[in-house]
Design a protein around this ligand. Sequence first.
Ligand SMILES: *Cc1c(COP(=O)(O)O)cnc(C)c1O
Length: 359
Amino acid sequence: MTRPARALLSAQALRQNFEHVRAAAPGAKIMAVIKANAYGHGMLWAARLLRDADGFAVASVEEGAELRGAHIAQPICLLEGFFDPAELPSILEYRLAPVVHHAGQLTMLEQAAGLAGLDVWLKVDTGMHRLGFPVELAASAAARLAACPAVAGVRWLSHFANADNRFDTATKHQIERFLKLLDGLAVERSLANSAAVLAWPASHLEWVRPGIMLYGGSPLIGHSAAELGLKPVMTLQTRLIAVHQRNKGEAVGYGGDWICPEDMPVGVAAIGYGDGYPRHAPPGTPVLVNGARVPLIGRVSMDMITVDLRSQPQARVGDPVVLWGEGLPVDEIAAQAGTISYELLCCVTSRIPRVESTT
Ligand SMILES: *Cc1c(COP(=O)(O)O)cnc(C)c1O
């Protein structure tokens, strides 16, 4: 690790955010969503720390196999199910529970000769219109699963489209459709993502499926993570590798479209889009230098960014720079770059070492 860019990870923050889920949904089991390398934090790192989770959710058999290889024993849900019948033996071997969301998967299960003991999650489309059986076809899908020799147990889930908005009544309607469909059935059900864990208690049911809130991103429009009691798990940091005194009128960076409005110090930090810092972050995006906010200037390069040091004239080569995390919410940087915290966290590239913080 010669280059100073790294993602400092707080185990304490991850565990605190998990306890926050417990407190918000005390009656529910928690399926911790650790797909996409635990939103960029490291899947095994997260799974080991979340040892109190009742289950985990990932997107592929490979992820599930890696978890089993690391002796993670909890139920593991495959959120997109399987894509090809050839995956079914591995799914059984690793005791993974795939989502079943379309008729083709039912047929694959029915034709899986000699397999038995598979637990599945039957997915219903209650209004998001992405994956799942339409509500009207759910009962017949369930009947086919019940009659299928490969299948042992069936749980039910659906996913929200608009739960991040407390005022959007679509979520209420999705909850009602799901509850009505399963009224009177003694089955395990799951609806809630992070937003619903916090904002829609009627959706908690038997299993909640939090992702982003575990990592300290805000799942709710109009609410900062801090005000929701969530702690940033990842702090993306680096150091200044150059400080230059520039003259009024000099252009900084590719394209030369940022022009110094006066004689001023400009810092260069070792982080760029090759590390996952968003290239679309515009001039003015906040960056912490020695813990103080300074504005990004010029275009984001692959390995570097430039910052306006007029408010930090004492800044020197080697001084610490924070791109997001402790002291600078990732949600704020995401908003500046026209995206969401999820994308920024997932897109931290493999050349960034993940280092557990000691505090
Ligand atoms: C990713 C995902 C989640 C977690 O969503 P967050 O908004 O990160 O809490 C839950 N359920 C499903 C089906 C998902 O794909």
